[in-house]
Design a protein. Structure first.
Length: 347
């Protein structure tokens, strides 16, 4: 639990250490969220200025859920992030410059300038490249986990994310079902951001809550407030631990409002005034800042320094990618990137 040091009885040494560790990881998560927000604001402004070809997709409002997804995975685990998961990708270890390279078409990027935005990945390092936002990744992660099991690897988990729209597809059904049948160490984090593109919840599903599906599939399920960073950290940490310990697959359902368009081409004018007033419509980044101030976790000057440092990193990543060459069609090796460059073991 995230608690103020000012209240209650004096803490014992080990309690104080545990509380400090909780504060530290809260601040670490906040910094991934902040870096992501600033970076995605930069991408959005470059898109509007015509400097990015193709689409830009951001996770505004979803950063707390996403950061928590990346923070409890370790080397040897599998992460299959989707289009709102820049915070999780960063926390899992994706260098910011690789994101800038992908959006700006640099030959030195992980997709060598062939993908415009969010289908990037480094499978050899456990980060799968996204195929589709709508459920395809669940069975890919299940297959990767089964391969690890057959190779005799131990102590690994896989985590993938999905939107509430993606939760309604046939691919998702098949993936969740086979995950439970094979009892793979999988965590699925489903974020209900209340719209699938412009389709609202009432046109997407008719059950009271998506977490009710956990029981039907043979998963263990949790619901959490995706605007509350501490709830995200505690819930996802628990789910990852339980999957790693051999419990059934885990389904975490978060509630938030998407605070941007589906992509930057979308003005999200279909989001109603009523829904914007709901508690789940709060901005998780602002909520985290209030919490940091109220609990005295960091002073204002420190938070300002973090912001300046994040802005420097964003500018550096973009400037580096801008200086780099685009692919040259005549010189390119057009083999499938996914097999030779990214997946095959290095000789
Ligand atoms: C088969 C297929 N149909 C449509 C699309 C276009 N599409 C991509 S994401 C998306 C909406 C996804 O909504 P949701 O799963 O709720 O995730 P969110 O975008 O809200 O994070 C749509 C319609 C697609 N990629 N694939």
């Amino acid at each position: 639990m995230l608690q103020t040091a000012r209240r209650g009885r004096k803490k014992t040494g080990s309690e104080a250490q545990a509380a400090a560790a909780v504060h530290e990881r809260y601040l670490e998560a906040y910094r991934w969220m902040l870096l992501t927000r600033l970076f995605e604001e930069k991408l959005a402004s470059m898109y509007r200025g015509g400097m990015i070809t193709g689409g830009v997709y951001v996770g505004k409002g979803q950063e707390a859920v996403s950061a928590a997804c990346g923070m409890f995975l370790r080397k040897g685990d599998i992460f299959a992030p989707l289009i709102r998961d820049q915070a999780g990708r960063a926390a899992f270890g994706e260098p910011l410059v690789d994101v800038a390279r992908t959006y700006l078409g640099s030959r030195l990027g992980p997709m060598r300038g062939r993908d415009g935005n969010i289908h990037r990945g480094k499978p050899r390092e456990g980060q799968l490249a996204m195929i589709s936002h709508l459920g395809a990744m669940i069975s890919v992660v299940v297959g990767s986990l089964m391969a690890k099991r057959w190779r005799g690897e131990k102590d690994f988990v896989g985590l993938t994310t999905i939107g509430e729209g993606g939760m309604q597809t046939g691919s998702t059904h098949e993936g969740l079902n086979i995950a439970a049948v094979e009892r793979v160490p999988l965590v699925v984090v489903a974020t209900n951001n209340h719209y699938a593109y412009s389709t609202p919840n009432e046109r997407e599903f008719a059950c009271a809550s998506l977490v009710d599906r956990a029981l039907g599939y043979g998963f263990e399920g949790y619901e959490m407030d995706g605007t509350n960073l501490n709830a995200c950290l505690e819930t996802i940490e628990t789910a990852v631990k339980r999957a790693r310990a051999g419990r059934p697959p885990q389904l975490v359902v978060a509630s938030i409002l998407r605070l941007a368009g589906h992509g930057e081409h979308d003005d999200f004018s279909y989001v109603t005034d009523d829904i914007r007033k709901e508690p789940f419509a709060q901005d998780c980044l602002k909520c985290a800042e209030v919490c940091i101030r109220e609990l005295g976790l960091a002073d204002d000057a420190t938070v300002r320094n973090w912001r300046d440092e994040a802005l420097r990193k964003v500018d550096e990543a973009v400037a580096t990618a801008q200086r780099e060459p685009a692919p040259n069609a005549g010189e390119e090796d057009w083999c499938a990137i996914s097999t030779r460059e990214l997946c095959d073991p290095v000789e």
